[in-house]
Design a protein around this ligand. Structure first.
Ligand code: ATP
Ligand code: MG
Length: 222
């Protein structure tokens, strides 16, 4: 499902260059749930950006669902995300001027899919927001916003779901509920999951845990 081969990524700023990923390899089979842990600044978010084609590595090969991202332009990479990938960020990333329903329907609207509104309504009901469809993100609690983000990430039934500390901005109880929801929705399909988390309990619910350290992934025996 995912193949990363010898990925190198560094960020260049005016004053310095930071080597973040250095010869990183990752192979995830379809349906597998992989947790990625590692200290702050180790490059976990960068890794997710690379594997979803949002960031181009300096070198190395990326393929998602059998499609190599090499040589694809930004539009072609966006097409692949739209068709096959759902992403949940730590800080929700909802569009403030759109209602909950419009946010969830957006991936389907962009894809020009008919019946998108109906799907969005169903997804919002599934995440427990039946009575919040016309609320704007600013009118929703953090946990509710993350539910909307999860509904949006799953509305087009992606083959790959990528989540970057999806409970990081939530209190423990809300975080617990959100993760349960994510695993429940996920288990209904054979979606592949890559989950960045600092929560070792959460990591243990995945098939495998990998630790990002010194720019590469290592088996974590937690
Ligand atoms: N756009 C950028 N320009 C320059 N440096 C960056 C950029 N984005 C990230 N970095 C640096 O790259 C390193 C890795 O960042 P990244 O966000 O991937 O870490 P992380 O493991 O996700 O951390 P956290 O757990 O705090 O979210 C950090 O040292 C960060 O300062
Ligand atoms: Mg991060």
């Amino acid at each position: 499902m995912i193949n990363l081969d010898q990925i190198a990524l560094s960020y260049k700023t005016a004053h310095a260059s930071v080597d973040v990923l250095q010869g990183l390899n990752l192979s995830v089979t379809a349906g597998e749930h992989v947790a990625i842990i590692g200290p702050s600044g180790s490059g976990k978010t960068s890794l997710l950006l690379v594997l979803t084609g949002l960031e181009e590595p300096d070198s190395g090969a990326v393929s998602i669902d059998g499609v190599s991202l090499e040589g694809l332009d930004a539009d072609a990479r966006a097409d692949i995300r739209r068709e096959r990938v759902g992403i949940v960020f730590q800080s929700f990333h909802l569009i403030p001027s759109l209602t909950a329903e419009e946010n969830v329907a957006l991936p389907l609207d962009i894809a020009g899919m008919r019946g998108g509104r109906q799907r969005a309504v169903e997804m919002l009901n599934r995440v427990g927001l039946a009575n919040r469809h016309s609320h704007y993100p600013s009118q929703l609690s953090g946990g509710e916003q993350q539910r909307v983000a999860i509904a949006r990430a799953l509305v087009h039934q992606p083959r790959l779901l990528v989540a970057d500390e999806p409970t990081g901005n939530l209190d423990e109880h809300t975080g617990e509920t959100i993760m349960q929801l994510l695993f429940d929705l996920e288990s209904e399909s054979d979606t592949t999951l890559v989950l960045v988390t600092h929560d070792t309990e959460l990591a243990q619910r995945c098939d495998r845990t990998l630790r990002l350290q010194d720019g590469a992934l290592h088996e974590a025996n937690s």
